[in-house]
Ligand binder design. Structure first.
Ligand code: PMP
Length: 432
């Protein structure tokens, strides 16, 4: 197996301040990496010169778009698959198939890594996601199923469909615990509605639980539900990867970590690691319009404006920004909320303005969630009155090339009534 260098940090153990050892990082390594997974992680930090110079602080972006699958989600997909292999839930080259419900990035990462490790992939996604993500998935050999957007309480919602498809695949599926075995059995026979599970044991078509290490079963194809929203491996990828890398790269000089949350894995894992090193590090949420997280942080309730308006699209986050924002609690969001110190609601217009500003000033062509994160960096630095070299680190989750059909399409934005005006960022910077 290939092990990229950050995995050398002991993976089964939580790293505490005493245990954490500085390791030299070698971003432009002379080492020959073992296959595509060797390219994952150890991303550089880049100073956002325009914003840093204008504000007098250091705004640094972790260049996650340099991962081989094009986004921060490579870390998560690799960790989920490695953990599943360690638990005996997946065995390479057995015809096993990984299922996920995702708006795109996670699917692309899973499809990339799955091929490298001998699995097939089925990705189920809403049909309003940018077409280039579908194209990328198909090019990577994934089976892509697009479904009507639906509420999470609907069994036809894409995450629920992915879970069910994994259980129905072959003769076995993955469930959280023995108690869930009977529910899974019902799912296989098509009679249950919605069941929330995480990955840790195995149920067969008879509804009894397999020993994952049973020799007879090792060679059989399995369906595996990656379950990024609930799966702890998502958190661990950041707690043991993104967090320690960031800390090393700034040598402990960090005042704030700013991030959006889709599953919450990035902000929870990275934020908790950074706070474990220095509890003064401020963890700041960048939340797009329509997401309930801002209200959860500020007022303790996951208030969704569409719910109040009584429309059917509740639980859907209605924004041109893809990958962040959510209207329900999940395991990984649960881990995030208690450590978030401040939150900003970022409008589509602000995110679009920031993306255009960065291309104009820095030659940085970024995706929508990265742009949201950088708007929140500016707002937080202004709010704190920071102007003397404080360091804010954020995540540059993916590049603009994943977003040509919506976020980077001026015609689309015009029709959606979203103004494209990068001078808005100058105004934001100039505000007292
Ligand atoms: N940005 C992009 C482009 C993403 O795809 C995602 C993941 N959905 C995120 C940000 C948010 O990361 P997380 O799931 O760790 O909260």
């Amino acid at each position: 197996t290939s092990i990229s260098s950050y995995w050398r940090l002991r993976r089964s153990q939580r790293i505490s301040q005493e245990q954490f050892e500085f390791q030299p990082i070698d971003l432009r390594s002379d080492e020959i990496l073992n296959g595509v997974t060797g390219l994952i992680g150890n991303t550089p930090l880049v100073r956002i010169n325009s914003l840093s110079d204008a504000l007098g602080v250091q705004i640094l972006g972790k260049a996650e778009f340099l991962n081989p699958g094009g986004s921060v989600k490579d870390r998560v997909a690799l960790r989920i698959i490695e953990d599943a292999e360690r638990q005996g839930l997946l065995h390479p080259h057995t015809g096993s198939r990984i299922f996920e419900g995702t708006v795109g990035s996670t699917g692309i990462s899973i499809a990339t890594i799955a091929k490298a490790r001998g699995y097939d992939t089925t990705i189920i996604m809403p049909d309003d996601v940018a077409q280039e993500k579908v194209n990328a998935l198909q090019a990577l050999g994934a089976d892509v199923q697009r479904v009507r957007p639906a509420s999470i309480v609907d069994k036809k919602q894409y995450v629920n469909l992915a879970r069910r498809a994994a259980v129905e695949f072959g003769r076995s599926g993955i469930v959280k615990s023995l108690e869930d075995a009977h529910i899974s059995h019902e799912l296989q026979t098509g009679s249950a509605s919605v069941v929330v599970t995480t990955t840790s044991s195995h149920v067969n078509a008879e509804g009894t639980v397999d020993d994952p290490m049973d020799e007879d079963l090792l060679s059989k194809p399995r369906g595996f539900f990656a379950d990024q929203f609930e799966n702890r491996s998502n958190f661990d990828a950041h707690y043991e990867g993104t967090g320690p890398e960031t800390w090393r790269q700034v040598d402990g000089h960090i005042d704030a970590f700013v991030s959006g949350a889709g599953t919450g894995g990035t902000i929870a894992g990275t934020g908790r690691f950074l706070k474990s090193m220095n509890e003064e590090v401020q963890v700041v949420l960048a939340d797009p319009e329509g997401s309930g997280l801002y209200n959860k942080v500020k007022h303790g309730v996951m208030y969704d404006r569409r719910e109040a308006e009584g429309t059917k699209r509740r639980h859907q986050v209605d924004t041109v920004v893809e990958g962040i924002g959510i209207n329900r609690m999940t395991n990984n969001i649960d881990l995030a909320i208690p450590i978030i110190d401040d939150a900003f609601r970022i409008t589509d217009v602000e995110a679009v303005a920031m993306s255009r500003y960065l291309v104009q000033r820095d030659g940085l062509f970024l995706g929508s969630s990265s742009a949201c994160n950088l708007v929140a960096c500016v707002k937080f630095a202004k709010k704190m009155g920071w102007r003397e070299g404080q360091t804010l680190v954020t995540v540059l989750c993916d590049s603009g090339n994943r977003h040509y059909s919506k976020f980077w399409n001026d015609d689309y934005l015009r029709k959606a009534n979203i103004r494209v005006d990068h001078s808005l960022i100058d105004d934001l910077i100039a505000q007292p």
